[in-house]
Design a protein. Structure first.
Length: 418
């Protein structure tokens, strides 16, 4: 029958072409640019980079300039009424116990952590987009099967009504078909709502308005794909190293802090005591070269306690890293098993679909000829529709399984979109 041909074609024909149809790659790329949280991580990473650059410059000498004005009353032989002065101070830390280098290393790890944090979030968003993309396509295929089922039930309801009028069937036959139609209609509404939810999320995250999604797929995993630590774990490791370097900067206080400083000053005097007659008593300029050393010899254990606190924070982060490693390894093993399971499911549902399609064709012909009742027909229709949906769902679930495999292998699923 014509309607049976339509059901078979539904498995292989693409959906109708809409005015605004987008592909998976474009949606992912747009999300990477549009997503506000990804932008936020970009800015945070840039801020950490500037902190690193600022810490680099702590190794250079510093130069300060200043000026002052003094008004003194009463005046004396060594205290003029007004003194204007200007000065320049150049200084450099000769030795700081490794504080600057430790802080630089800490900032370097902070910056690296911000990069890993951004990458970790970006990859999780890519994974979410891919999963929602194929979920939309799965729901669309299910909706197509449900609509075809609705058309078939409409046809059979009208046919049964004619039989009732002719006295060849009872109203009970019509009511059973109508109940099946109403239940299918409710399923259509529920599926449509679920579809809208997924589409709305895709539009919100990507900033792209679309009417339809193009068919897409990911590359099939190969044996040469390497496993690597994913960015969440790298982030924890970088944070632990940053805290560890910070503890070194704290310990630098136990070393001498030696600084070399040169100060050059010029002076101008007004309202000078007329009794001043000795030359050189008030200098016009002065240069002061100084070396200062500061060494903390007692603080009641304050520094050691700060160091101990930071060491414990580093250990806590390392334990989180170990846990993250184990979680990833476990998820990766399950992801590989999921791939094999989905392959088996596709093969199984494909065979089942051939069987239910054949059974449905035979039962439909018998039902049209009055050789079987509506119960047998509805059973065959429901089984064929359900198997068709399971087959299409298995195809899209396999694509989702591939995205999870790449993600837990430490890869960016975006790189494997065909």
């Amino acid at each position: 029958m014509k309607k049976n041909i339509f059901i078979s074609m539904a498995l292989f024909l693409p959906y109708a072409i809409y005015a605004n149809e987008v592909d998976l790659g474009s949606l992912v790329n747009s999300t990477m640019v549009y997503h506000p949280t990804i932008k936020s991580y970009d800015y945070q990473s840039m801020a950490k980079e500037q902190e690193l650059e600022a810490q680099k410059r702590a190794f250079f000498p510093t130069i300060d300039i200043g000026a002052s004005y003094q008004n003194n009353d009463p005046i004396s032989i060594v205290t003029p009424g007004e003194t204007d002065s200007a000065y320049a101070v150049a200084g450099i830390d000769i030795f700081d116990g490794g504080k600057k280098y430790a802080l630089y290393s800490s900032k370097k790890w902070d910056y690296q952590a911000s990069v890993y944090e951004k990458e970790a979030f970006s990859k999780s968003v890519v994974l979410d987009i891919i999963q929602r993309y194929f979920t939309v396509q799965k729901l669309q295929s299910n909706l197509l099967v449900l609509n075809i089922k609705a058309k078939d039930l409409e046809y059979q309801i009208e046919r049964a009504k004619h039989f009732v009028t002719a006295g060849l069937a009872t109203q009970d036959d019509v009511d059973k078909l109508q109940a099946a139609y109403d239940n299918n209609d409710f399923t259509i509404d529920s599926t449509t709502f679920a579809l809208k939810e997924q589409e709305e999320s895709l539009k919100t995250q990507s900033g792209v308005e679309f009417d339809s999604l193009k068919e897409a797929s990911l590359q099939d995993p190969t044996s040469d794909i390497s496993y690597e630590m994913y960015d969440k774990t790298k982030l924890l490791d970088a944070k632990a190293n940053s805290v560890k370097e910070s503890s070194k900067s704290v310990l630098s206080a136990y070393w001498p802090q030696i600084r070399l400083q040169d100060t050059y000053s010029v002076f101008k005097y007004d309202n000078v005591d007329p009794a001043i007659s000795l030359p050189g008593l008030l200098v016009d300029n002065k240069n002061l070269l100084a070396v200062t050393a500061n060494w903390r010899i007692f603080d009641a254990g304050q520094i050691s306690k700060q160091k101990e606190s930071l060491a414990l924070q580093s250990l806590a982060l390392q334990e989180q890293k170990i846990g993250s490693d184990r979680d990833q390894e476990s998820a990766f093993r399950l992801a590989k098993q999921r791939l094999e399971t989905m392959k088996s499911q596709i093969k199984s549902t494909q065979s089942a679909l051939k069987s239910t399609q054949s059974t449905y064709d035979i039962v439909t012909k018998k039902f049209d000829a009055g050789l079987v009742d509506n119960v047998a027909y509805l059973d065959a229709l429901n089984e064929n529709s359900a198997t068709m949906s399971r087959y299409k769902s298995a195809l899209y679930d396999y694509e989702i399984a591939k995205s999870l495999y790449y993600y837990f292998a430490g890869k960016n699923p975006k790189e494997y979109i065909k």
